[in-house]
Write a protein that binds this ligand. Structure first.
Ligand code: BG6
Ligand code: MG
Length: 220
């Protein structure tokens, strides 16, 4: 199958909001009397807000009521949005703009596939809201990554088949979602962490569209 579309994760691929999520969750954990490390944070990437909170509370050995959990999740989101509100197009990660130009020039489609409910707000802040042919975010899905729902909906909205898509992801859960959806997956980060990816690059600046397309040829 020739590649017809690229499905991009947002946090950690297009913008470095992954660090904002970590800072806000860490602030919340600290307020509850424990800490979370950067290594621990890896398992929160790509995971929904509610599930992330459950993982963090289990780590801190806390069992709280649904009401308290809702309050904590809302507070974390307020702290996170304080950081997001300062974002500008300067926060677009290196290589993203050039990579998008290559995708457009090649006539390929692109979709956003993020479980974040803040995705549109972030795209607006960085001036990229009109750069995608489809946007699937946390408001359109019922299951977070590693469930493939977000990417399968992206492919469907673009009118392409899963095996005509390549997912670009920084999260272990996101690579897993792509694989479960029958898609090729490019990891952005460390090969030792993103072990299931078909190809791993340090950032979009270190990746060319040709590398992605030849990957599909290799897997045919
Ligand atoms: C993902 C992030 O993109 O979105 C996760 O990788 C985050 O860390 C999830 O928990 C949900 O985001 P939000 O903005 O709806 O809390
Ligand atoms: Mg991500």
């Amino acid at each position: 199958m020739p590649i017809k579309a690229l499905l991009f994760d947002l946090d950690g691929v297009i913008v470095d909001t992954a660090i904002f999520h970590y800072q806000a969750w860490r602030r919340m954990a600290n307020s509850l009397g424990f800490d979370i490390s950067e290594e621990f944070n890896e398992q929160l990437k790509g995971v929904s807000r509610a599930e992330s909170l459950d993982i963090i509370l289990a780590h801190g050995g806390l069992t709280l009521s649904d009401e308290t959990k809702a309050e904590l999740a809302a507070r974390k989101n307020e702290w996170y949005l304080e950081l997001v509100s300062q974002m500008t197009p300067a926060n677009i990660l290196p290589g993203v703009t050039d990579f998008f130009a290559q995708v457009k020039a090649a006539g390929l489609k692109s979709a956003l596939g993020s479980v974040s409910k803040n995705a549109r707000l972030i795209l607006e802040r960085i001036g990229m809201l009109d750069d995608f042919d489809a946007i699937i975010d946390g408001t359109k899905i019922s299951r977070g990554k590693p469930d493939p729902e977000v990417f399968l909906k992206g492919a469907a909205e673009l009118g392409v088949q899963p095996d005509e898509c390549v997912v670009i992801e920084d999260a272990v859960a996101g690579i897993e979602a792509a694989k479960r959806g029958g898609m090729l997956a490019v990891g952005i980060g460390e090969p030792t962490v993103l072990t299931r990816a078909d190809l791993v690059a340090g950032s979009l600046a270190a990746l060319t569209l040709n590398q992605v397309l030849s990957l599909s040829a290799m897997n045919r």
